[in-house]
Design a protein around this ligand. Structure first.
Ligand code: ADP
Ligand code: MG
Length: 618
């Protein structure tokens, strides 16, 4: 103890020499210091000599080194280790430190994810209460062709690898490379051909056999990669099988139910099903009845259809629950449920609605979940609703379609609306413009009309008639531009959109992926232009930056320059990006969505209220 004290004093005196300040040091102490300095010099000399001669004499040098830090013992000019060895030793130590830091971060992330996991499984309350658990998937009458069944798992794995299909789950159904081998009847094959659908896309190659086998499934694939076919064609086949066995009578059904987050998407899916059912009927197959159950349209028409007995229903959650609560129909014989854009539905605070819908089912059902974006947290949660699920992944969940050229431009807030006109020159129509707020949609719409642009608009504040008319006109190419909120960002499949303009950057990177995914669909290419400025949250911009890098797009200089401290942690391994929201530009510990959610929870505001405020009508 006393020794260190002395040492400090001696150091101080050294320092103060430089400053021309000489404090009083007692003579006894000064002498001791001098002796020590001489000893030190001598020690160094002996150490050097020893290094030169290669001999060792521990006594002297050790006595001098005693007072140094433990870590430093072997390093520095005094030590007898070569500089090269010292360097590699230090490097090894630094790496070890980094490795443990990395593990620590990954562990912490797991903990955060666990702590935010939903406490309650995604099951109907009655199922939870009775502890009902189904052990095996539903049995169907479909089997793959014998020669495909007889092929080895290795051969199947080769096919999957070729098409970049990742499959998880027990007893993986085989991938099948043609619609004919999937055993669809001729009118369906003709119908597909008529739509220009000849060869199945990767999600269809693996997804359709899984669904036809009766498996529960999570299907994740790029926007515009043909997910709709994966769940619509099998449900048509199952309904046909049922109808052939025992025709549906009044008030019976639905047998299959498809739930979508937005009305326009439900309508679009319903049209596709009707189209294929029409092909079948014209070819002599039994007629299948379908119903559309969405808000904003008359209940009367829908009820008339339902009362005749319905095979397949496409619905949005709100209207569906209202009709079920009013006992307008039941899900007693429903055995097939598909949630399209599933993560959007569960994530937006609809999980209670989903549980409510589940509660109307009697007996086991086949459950399917589809989306282009599905963060780990939602996948884990969703799995609690499924029985021995198969997860089919084509591309990273949340990755942007590679057929979209993504451009990001810095535009000042006040210049944005005028700049749209210039932007419209980039491509030919049709063009889709997205804005977060309804007022902005109205303002842009009005401005474009004033400038003589053939534009229509939709958002949750407009009545359904106007919404439907706008969509129809845009679909038929009678109008060149559609201005919309995020109601139109998910699932809508307009023919050949050339350009998507984001008037603002969505708060949520996944909405960005869905928005730009309205173009570049099924092999075609498109352009997306996004306006950003100082007002945009930094975390979203970082997510955007890394999404652009992932899709090998040009990163504009102002985005490239954004390099916050925590960016260095991005590639520490584990799940890419944030496990909570799927953003690539941050890890879960920095997730703004999670933080916002936790703040709201702390403030005692229910999740639904918080989300309902911002969401359009679903
Ligand atoms: P997703 O739901 O994955 O975003 P959709 O199911 O809406 O994509 O399909 C996008 C478009 O691609 C639709 O117009 C559809 O008719 C077309 N399509 C689907 N499958 C194929 C295929 N195998 N070959 C060519 N076009 C296809
Ligand atoms: Mg879709």
């Amino acid at each position: 103890m006393s020794y260190t004290k002395k040492r400090r004093v001696s150091e101080k005196s050294d320092e103060s020499d430089d400053d021309n300040y000489v404090p009083y040091v007692p003579i006894k102490q000064r002498k001791k210091t001098q002796i020590k300095q001489v000893e030190k010099r001598l020690g160094r000399l002996t150490a050097l000599k020893e290094q030169e001669t290669g001999s060792t004499s521990e006594g002297t040098s050790e006595g001098v080194n005693d007072e140094d830090d433990d870590d430093e013992v072997n390093h520095g000019p005094k030590s007898r280790i070569s500089l090269l060895d010292q360097h590699s030793d230090l490097k090894r130590k630094a790496e070890a430190k980094k490795e443990t830091a990395r593990e620590k971060i990954l562990k912490e992330e797991e903990k955060i994810l666990e702590s935010v996991a939903e406490k309650q499984a995604l099951k109907a309350v009655s199922e939870l209460a009775k502890g009902i658990e189904y052990a095996d998937p539903i049995k169907t009458g479909w089997l793959p062709p014998k020669y495909i069944l007889s092929k080895s798992e290795e051969t199947h794995e080769k096919v999957r690898k070729k098409y970049h299909i990742l499959v998880e789950g027990e007893n993986k159904p085989p991938p099948i490379k043609t619609f004919r081998e999937m055993k669809f009847p001729k009118p369906i094959l003709h119908g597909l051909k008529k739509k220009g659908i000849i060869h199945p896309t990767p999600i269809q190659i693996q997804g359709i056999p899984a669904v036809l086998s009766g498996r529960d499934m999570i299907g994740i694939a790029f926007t515009g990669s043909g997910k709709t076919i994966v769940f619509t064609l099998p449900i048509i086949m199952f309904a046909l099988e049922q109808e052939k066995r025992l025709p549906f009578v009044n008030n019976e059904g639905p047998y299959g139910l498809i739930v979508c987050p937005a009305r326009e998407l439900a309508k679009q899916t319903h049209e596709i099903i009707k189209e294929f059912c029409g092909h079948l009927e014209r070819d002599g197959f039994p007629a299948l009845r379908t119903a559309l159950c969405i808000g904003g349209i008359s209940m009367k028409d829908q009820l008339a259809a339902i009362n005749r007995g319905v095979h397949i229903m496409v619905a949005t959650p709100g209207r569906l629950m209202a009709m079920l609560a009013d006992k307008k129909f039941t899900l007693d014989i429903c055995r097939y449920l598909c949630l399209d854009e599933a993560d959007r539905m569960i994530d937006m605070g609809f999980e209670e609605d989903v549980r409510t819908i589940f509660s109307y089912f009697k007996g086991q059902r086949q459950t399917l979940l589809f989306s282009a974006t599905m963060p780990k947290k939602i996948q884990n949660f969703a799995r609690s609703a499924l029985v021995k699920p198969i997860t089919v992944n084509v591309g990273r969940a949340g990755a942007a379609s590679l057929d979209v050229v993504q451009e990001v431009e810095y535009v000042k807030q006040e210049a944005k609306i005028v700049y749209i006109l210039e932007c419209l020159q980039k491509t030919a129509p049709p063009v889709l413009i997205f804005a977060e707020k309804k007022q902005d949609v109205d303002a842009i719409h009005e401005y474009l009309l004033l400038k003589g642009v053939e534009a229509v608009a939709i958002h949750g504040g407009k009545d359904q008639e106007e919404r439907t008319q706008s969509i129809d006109q845009f679909r038929k190419a009678e109008k060149d531009v559609l201005v919309a909120t995020d109601v139109a960002s998910k699932g809508l499949d307009f023919p050949d959109i050339k350009h998507v303009i984001n008037y603002d950057m969505p708060e949520d990177i996944e909405n960005y992926v869905h928005r730009i995914g309205r173009t570049g669909r099924c092999g075609k290419t498109g352009v997306a232009t996004t306006f950003i400025n100082k007002g945009v949250d930094e975390t979203v911009l970082l997510d955007l930056k890394h999404l652009l890098i992932e899709a090998k797009q040009k990163v504009p200089p102002f985005l490239f320059e954004m390099q916050p401290d925590n960016e260095k942690y991005l590639d520490i391994g584990g799940e890419a990006g944030c496990m909570y929201c799927g953003g690539l530009g941050h890890r879960i510990a920095d997730c703004p969505k999670l933080e916002a959610l936790q703040n709201k929870q702390v403030a005692g505001i229910g999740r639904r209220d918080y989300l309902a405020a911002g969401s359009a009508d679903y």
